[in-house]
Design a protein around this ligand. Structure first.
Ligand SMILES: Nc1ncnc2c1ncn2[C@@H]1O[C@H](COP(=O)(O)OP(=O)(O)O)[C@@H](O)[C@H]1O
Ligand SMILES: [Mg+2]
Length: 378
């Protein structure tokens, strides 16, 4: 009996350690507005404070960069290098499964290198999924209000880190799609004598697109219960919520679309049907959120989406991602803020790093017992 108890304790401790990832320290060299700075992030909750323009968001983004080898906010790597320089370096001291690991990202003259314990990755994509993070930032409402491309990117960023095949097939699909579109354009002035090339593109797109479609379908099934739960905990409401995944592939296989739609594709000189047109329709009370949702409903929905992303990643990856919150207390009312704090301080959430212009607000929100570390910039 005693032995069994000890064993249970041992297993519990082991599971806990395996599930824990944390960044303890970060060093920035020529990253954004930083010249050379080191910050300690060891506390379970770290609050970065300082006036506007002092580099709070940039510091949060540097943590994101170490997890995903790219900025959350900018698609151009050059923007991350301090103005007037042609490179930057970020190093993070991480803890994973009880073991220390140094992750380093170096970008110089257009070339990116990622290191784990000073050993360079052969393939940068091998780093994806090892350290995960979820960012919630002020402009994220675009996920609800913006075009379908943003929602596809969001879903792809999640599935790409839990499923390597998904990531590889998606990259290939996008490449072949560009090739097929280039082929369609050429037909206008230099028609091909046979269809060998087109048949190759179609077969490849159909195979990869079918896999991606299947994984996206399954993802919504997995996400929906999590989303429902978080939405109702955040809003306190009970209105029913729906997410509809719309795809051409729901009507017929992609191979059929590609052959039957060829005349249209030739006229428009691009591939009109496929998983690159997929979208997700968010609804409350059976009304589209984008057109009819109130600001408050959209905010709760967005936070619920991000928390559901967090819960989904932690379930599939087997560790608790780092939660990065950029200026979110600025825009949340008291009730939602309290609900959010209850959720993220629970056992299903790990390290939290956040930014705020008001340190008192954070100290008060988290309460006296919480271990909050502060970084003051400015
Ligand atoms: N590549 C860069 N080189 C130099 N400064 C930069 C670069 N990118 C952003 N900045 C500066 O960083 C500051 C913004 O930092 P940011 O993290 O957004 O501040 P905060 O979140 O505290 O308001 C601005 O002053 C901006 O000019
Ligand atoms: Mg900011």
């Amino acid at each position: 009996m005693h032995y069994c108890l000890n064993l249970c304790e041992f297993i519990k401790t082991f599971v806990y350690i395996a599930a824990l990832i944390r960044i303890n320290k970060i060093s920035l060299l020529q990253y954004r507005n930083y010249t050379s700075s080191v910050f300690s992030l060891g506390a379970p909750v770290t609050c970065i404070t300082g006036p506007n323009g002092s580099g709070k968001t940039n510091l949060l983004d540097a943590v994101y960069y170490l997890c995903y080898t790219k900025s959350y906010f900018s698609a151009y790597q050059q923007h991350s290098a301090r103005a007037g320089t042609d490179g930057f370096r970020i190093t993070g001291d991480f803890l994973r499964g009880g073991r220390e690991e140094a992750i380093s990202a170096k970008w110089k003259a257009g070339k990116k290198e990622i290191f784990k314990n000073d050993i360079e990755y052969d393939k940068i994509t091998d780093h994806i999924g090892i350290y995960s993070a979820v960012m919630i930032a002020p402009d994220d409402t675009e996920l609800i209000n913006g075009g379908s491309e943003l929602r596809r990117k969001w879903v792809d960023s999640i599935l790409g880190q839990v499923d390597k095949t998904y990531l590889e097939l998606l990259i290939r699909y996008q490449r072949v799609l560009l090739q097929r579109n280039a082929w369609l354009k050429i037909q206008g002035y230099r028609p091909a004598t046979d269809n060998t090339e087109l048949e190759y593109y179609d077969a490849q797109l159909a195979a990869d697109g079918t896999y991606i479609h299947r994984q996206r379908l399954k993802f919504i099934d997995d996400l929906l219960p999590l989303l429902n739960d978080f939405y109702h905990r955040l809003s306190g409401g009970h209105e029913p919520l729906q997410v509809t995944y719309t795809s051409d592939l729901a009507q017929k296989p992609l191979a059929d679309w590609l052959t039957q739609n060829l005349q249209h594709d030739l006229r428009y000189q691009r591939t009109l049907r496929g998983i690159h047109k997929d979208d997700w329709d968010f609804r409350l009370n059976d009304m589209p959120l984008k057109q009819f949702g109130s600001q408050g409903q959209k905010k709760s929905f967005l936070f619920a989406l991000k928390l559901a992303q967090y819960a989904y990643l932690s379930k599939v990856l087997g560790h608790l991602p780092i939660l990065l919150l950029d200026d979110i207390f600025e825009k949340l009312d008291q009730n939602r803020m309290e609900a959010l704090l209850r959720i993220i301080q629970g056992p299903d959430f790990g390290q939290v790093i956040l930014t705020d212009t008001h340190p008192e607000r954070i100290a008060q929100a988290f309460g006296a017992e919480a271990e909050v570390g502060f970084i003051h910039l400015g």
